[in-house]
Design a protein around this ligand. Structure first.
Ligand SMILES: NC(=O)c1ccc[n+]([C@@H]2O[C@H](COP(=O)([O-])OP(=O)(O)OC[C@H]3O[C@@H](n4cnc5c(N)ncnc54)[C@H](OP(=O)(O)O)[C@@H]3O)[C@@H](O)[C@H]2O)c1
Length: 278
């Protein structure tokens, strides 16, 4: 049995589907019952004691980072008999700025996994293509998307490919103790991603780059202050380079990573209803 955390989210949801396609027994960890095609167990990663039922008979775990007590969580996995964990981390774990709040929670999570005594694999994908879903409110309101860091190219990763690699690391030998940097096949600016989305949706969309001041104001209130500082350190000071294209997805899965166009085509339904908006 494989336990998938974050199963209602972008990446965990893809991991569930990929394991189902592989014919593997899979259980989804949820905080509240959800509409999922697999067995579910209710539990909270911030409360390792709540995971007993979820961990019953589990051999491998797909784990998200950043919960309150990562060493305690990993100890609970091991006590319950799990053998292997695949952690979703980020290149932020190797950022030049180790005081960065995002880097710190990734480093804390990776360290807990490395020291857990379980067999482990770390995945470090560049920013997700699914982050474009954050544009949905603006796309409902009109045809202009304003966003921060408009001059930062990213070779973003499709959660589908993160899941494909995670499943191989969970099921195949040869991934123990390995760190997989992941990316898509192309580096794009936000305006270029929006242009692809416009083409797929048949809409005339325009990108407006927020100034640093506007970006700070936009994030204030909805993003904790230490994370705003972290994002400015990454993308304004350039302490994180997510423009690198890695060969890993194809090396591990035998299939090239998906383009942003493929992501947009697969998720066009999520944007449905927006075409006549604004
Ligand atoms: N976005 C990026 O570009 C990026 C890049 C690298 C790494 N990451 C990391 O990847 C993670 C997953 O990204 P995503 O886009 O798949 O996230 P997402 O779609 O926001 O989903 C988050 C998932 O985590 C679950 N969750 C949250 N708190 C939990 C808790 N205390 N106990 C159990 N489950 C909990 C949520 O479940 P509910 O349904 O209960 O809310 C949901 O299934 C991020 O949180 C981040 O740490 C992100």
């Amino acid at each position: 049995m494989i336990l998938v955390t974050g199963a209602t989210g972008n990446v965990g949801g893809e991991v569930v589907q990929a394991l189902v396609r592989a014919g593997e027994p899979v259980r989804a960890l949820v905080r509240a019952p959800a509409d999922l095609p697999v067995e579910q167990a209710v539990g909270d990663l911030d409360r390792p004691g709540s995971l007993a039922a979820a961990l019953d008979g589990v051999r491998g775990v797909f784990l998200l980072p950043g919960y309150r007590d990562m060493p305690g969580l990993l100890a609970r996995l091991r006590q319950a008999g799990a053998e292997r964990v695949v952690l979703l981390s980020s290149p932020a774990a190797v950022s030049a700025d180790t005081r960065n709040a995002v880097s710190q929670y990734m480093i804390r999570s990776e360290t807990a996994v490395r020291e857990s005594g379980l067999a482990w694999t770390l995945l470090r994908p560049n920013a997700f293509m699914s982050n474009a879903l954050r544009w949905l409110p603006q796309l409902r309101a009109g045809d202009v998307v304003a966003d921060a860091f408009g001059d930062v190219p990213i070779a973003s990763t499709d959660p589908y490919d993160i899941a494909a690699v995670a499943v191989r690391a969970l099921l195949d030998p040869g991934h123990d103790g390995r760190v997989h940097p992941l990316s898509g096949p192309e580096r794009l600016l936000p305006a270029q991603r929006l242009a692809v989305l416009a083409d797929v949706l048949g809409r005339d969309l325009r990108f407006r780059a927020l100034s640093d001041e506007e970006a700070r104001a936009d994030m204030a209130g909805r993003v904790p202050e230490e994370y705003i500082r972290a994002f400015f350190s990454f993308y304004s000071d350039g302490t994180l380079d997510e423009s690198r294209i890695h060969p890993t997805v194809e090396e591990v899965t035998g299939t090239p990573p998906r383009t942003f166009r493929q992501w947009a085509l697969a998720h066009r339904e999520a944007f449905a209803g927006d075409a006549d908006a604004g």
